[in-house]
Design a protein around this ligand. Structure first.
Ligand code: ATP
Ligand code: MG
Ligand code: MG
Length: 506
């Protein structure tokens, strides 16, 4: 496992006009379950389909239609819970959350207020190499997504698209353990990463696949510690909830703005009204959407159309036994097996596809070359792909090809400089690296006779430089550079250096 030091929360402190304030943040993350069918119907969840083409009668709220639970969605929620080291509740139940909105044809959302499927867990967020924070998860429940109102097609009309109605969401509720905007973004990033590894949510924030409701309050220094001791929310300030954030950058901006807004009110002698707010990225401010009093009147009650959900421990155990390696485990293994730095291992495991690619490269080289392979994947390959705006899946260089390049460097067959040329050839033209080296005469010159001849020539042609070098041995580097140039970068630099210093008598 990763060797982490857990730090007490370092809250973001904001200096108000009169006093200092600390931030307290709790997140409700809505993660769309990766699944082909909806939570209670067989309709497809495909993104971007023709409006209203993926709607079962039950999704449209037709009278007499009954919901039928999708076992695959339940398995995904359990998998997510296990990935967050959470308790799994073998018995959970569905409740109706009633409200009226044009994109909600049933007039209620089926959710799990009283008995969620997943209980307490945790997310470990690394804020600096080896320094981590633990954010507690309160619960994860399954619920239906709503449809989408469309207001921008016609100035006089609104339309509704029910494709998203009834798609399964996991609402992942954190404790108010997050103490600053960067930490909030890091937390969402870590959750996203874990779920992508688990295959339970695609985490595509642009598509609305992962959205966060951000709860923000402020308190005076010392009050948060009192809350931690007693778990009494009375020590914390009143929260406001900023709905539906789907960008890490906006999450941070919204928190910052919201905290300052609350501080200004409090320092003015006012009090915070608990309410739901929306963030306007163009104006960089939050504004009130509805007060929480109205919003809370959901008249929750157990859904009479659905029996309590009972699952078996053996089924949960089976899912647990088949969990994939998670980001922290993979990172720790990369560091231990290949001697990678925390940073390199972090970059390579940030996205599962990158980690898979790297491991495939390493399969073609010896373990001792893991670090070299990491450098090539991170610096050369990622850099090159970025230039062409390509994802790793579209890489023109396969792991086998890159592994071969790395092995050629490691064996001393080619120099680092030539390796870059070789990489570019493989990237643009394809082909087998070893063959290319052979055919195009790119092999490194390790033959000392040939290097000596080149050194002699440079020394003979530059008597003045030779004199200077004798006074200042650092100038040997100049001779090495000249020899490298003369041999088209193919001479082995270490051998050149040795011969140059020998011949100059340094
Ligand atoms: N004082 C506080 N400051 C900041 N966050 C808080 C505070 N108190 C509670 N929270 C956070 O607010 C969130 C409350 O979410 P929860 O789903 O339990 O209820 P809700 O927001 O009332 O309901 P809904 O799901 O209808 O929005 C949690 O993430 C919790 O950590
Ligand atoms: Mg909630
Ligand atoms: Mg909420």
């Amino acid at each position: 496992m990763l060797d982490l030091t857990f730090e007490a929360p370092a809250p973001k402190v904001i200096q108000g006009a009169k006093e200092e304030w600390e931030l307290v943040i709790g997140l409700e993350v809505h993660a769309q379950v990766s699944t082909r069918a909806k939570l209670f119907s067989g309709a497809s969840t495909e993104f971007g389909a023709e409006p209203n083409s993926n709607v079962a009668f039950v999704d449209a709220g037709m009278p007499g239609m009954l919901p039928v639970i999708n076992e695959g969605c339940v398995a995904q929620a359990v998998r997510t819970g296990l990935g967050l080291k959470a308790e799994i509740n073998l018995r959970s139940a569905f409740d109706r959350k009633n409200y009226f909105y044009p994109d909600l044809p049933q007039g209620y959302q089926i959710s799990q207020l009283y008995h969620p499927i997943v209980g307490e867990g945790e997310v470990i967020v690394e804020m600096a190499p080896g320094v981590a924070r633990r954010v507690r998860i309160e619960r994860i429940h399954l619920e239906q997504d709503a449809g989408k109102s469309i207001h921008d097609m016609d100035p006089a009309m609104s339309f509704v698209d029910l494709n998203r109605t009834g798609v399964a969401l996991m609402e992942i509720v954190s404790r108010p353990d997050i103490r600053g905007p960067e930490e909030a973004a890091a937390y969402v990033g870590k959750l996203r990463q874990i779920m992508r590894y688990l295959g339970t949510c695609d985490g595509n924030m642009q598509n609305g696949n992962l959205r966060a409701d951000v709860n923000v309050s402020v308190c005076r220094p010392g009050d948060y510690e009192k809350y931690q001791e007693t778990q009494d929310f009375g020590h914390l300030g009143t929260r406001c909830e900023i709905k539906n954030m789907n960008s890490m950058r906006f999450i941070q901006q919204a928190i910052e703005f919201e905290a300052r807004r609350q501080i200004a009110i409090l320092e003015d002698g006012g009090s915070i009204v608990q309410e739901t707010r929306l963030y306007d990225p163009d104006k960089g401010e939050t504004r009130s959407m509805r007060s929480k009093e109205e919003a809370h009147d959901y008249r929750y009650f157990p859904d009479p159309d659905l029996l309590p959900l009972e699952i078996e421990q053996a089924w949960v155990d089976d899912i647990k036994a088949h969990l994939p390696e998670l980001p922290d485990q993979k990172k720790a293994r990369f560091m231990a097996d290949f001697g990678l730095s925390d940073y390199d291992a972090g970059v390579l495991t940030a996205e599962l596809a990158n980690a898979i690619y790297f491991e495939a490269v390493v399969n073609h080289v010896e373990a001792k070359d893991g670090k070299l392979a990491a450098n090539w994947v991170i610096n050369e390959l990622f850099g090159r792909l970025k230039k062409d705006d390509l994802g790793i899946e579209a890489s023109p260089v396969s792991p086998a090809q890159l592994g071969e390049v790395v092995a050629l460097i490691s064996k001393g067959d080619i120099s680092g400089k030539i390796a870059k040329e070789l990489f570019e050839i493989v990237y643009t033209e394809g082909g087998e690296p070893a063959k290319i080296v052979e055919e195009r005469g790119m092999k490194q010159v390790t033959d000392t006779g040939a290097i000596e001849a080149a050194v002699d020539e440079i020394i003979a042609a530059n008597p003045a430089q030779v004199e200077k070098a004798k006074q200042n041995p650092k100038l040997a580097g100049w001779f090495v550079g000249q020899v490298m140039k003369a041999t088209g970068g193919k001479a082995n630099p270490a051998a050149v250096n040795q011969i140059v210093t020998g011949k100059l008598g340094l």
